[in-house]
Write a protein of this length. Structure first.
Length: 74
């Protein structure tokens, strides 16, 4: 998943906020927006995180020793 694909999905589903977090119990990153949940491999999640690092809509944080991202559009 790319940043553009994420923003397109958010637009299609009329969602303004998405989160990408690592869940220890699932041992993977999960992208959540609205009622949608996507399990992402570490490689895809890391690529998406690197794309979002410089995006004005993304807030980067650390949760449980993993990078977490909140994306909020207008």
């Amino acid at each position: 998943m790319t940043k553009n694909e994420l923003f397109n999905l958010m637009t299609i589903h009329h969602v303004k906020v998405a989160t990408l977090k690592f869940y220890d119990m699932a041992d993977r990153y999960i992208l959540t927006f609205g009622e949608q949940h996507f399990d992402l491999s570490d490689q895809i999640a890391q690529k998406l995180i690197s794309e979002l690092t410089t995006d004005e809509h993304a807030t980067i944080a650390t949760e449980h020793n993993h990078v977490a991202v909140t994306i909020q559009t207008k």
